[in-house]
Design a protein around this ligand. Structure first.
Ligand code: CU
Length: 164
């Protein structure tokens, strides 16, 4: 009986100490008490993209619509025109002539001596020496006033006016 009491006493003491002594137990940090650090917020240092992106200067404007690829029909070529000037008496007859562009003018030498048809300004209007009875032709492809003379007889002058 005494032994049982002793056991009870011990048990009671253990219980008491268990309860009371528990208060004296040094606090054991709960291993789970360590709060997990909040995830480090990665600071966003991205440079903000500019709202207004500059439109590249190289952006080509709307490509112009391809103009008609077909070559325009050549402007109505004036029908080949011809005009004549007689060289007679050391003079050009007529000595002033107006023709549309594209006209071929033919000088015919009715004199007994050679003459030339030579541009005053040194253009392409320059005939060789045209013997008696022969002719010289020149086609005026550009509008303008063409003053010419005879390089042999410099007093002989003439003018051909070519209109567009
Ligand atoms: Cu002459």
């Amino acid at each position: 009986m005494k032994h049982a009491y002793a056991l009870f006493a011990i048990a009671a003491a253990l219980l008491l100490f268990g309860c009371i002594g528990g208060g004296y137990q040094p606090p054991v940090p709960s291993p789970t008490a360590i709060p997990s650090l909040p995830p480090i917020q990665t600071p966003s240092f991205q440079t903000p993209t500019p709202v207004h992106t500059q439109t590249p200067a190289g952006t080509p404007a709307a490509t112009p619509a391809q103009s008609a690829t077909t070559t325009p029909a050549p402007t109505a070529t004036p029908a080949a025109q011809a005009a004549s000037i007689e060289i007679h008496g050391f003079a050009f007859n007529p000595n002033s002539l107006t023709v549309p562009v594209g006209t071929t003018v033919t000088w015919t030498n009715r004199d007994s001596v050679p003459h030339t048809i030579t541009s005053d300004s040194g253009g392409t209007l320059a005939s060789p020496s045209v013997p008696s009875g022969q002719a010289f032709s020149y086609t005026f492809t550009q509008p303008g006033t063409y003053a010419y003379h005879c390089s042999i007889h410099t007093t002989m002058h003439g003018t051909v006016t070519v209109t567009p």
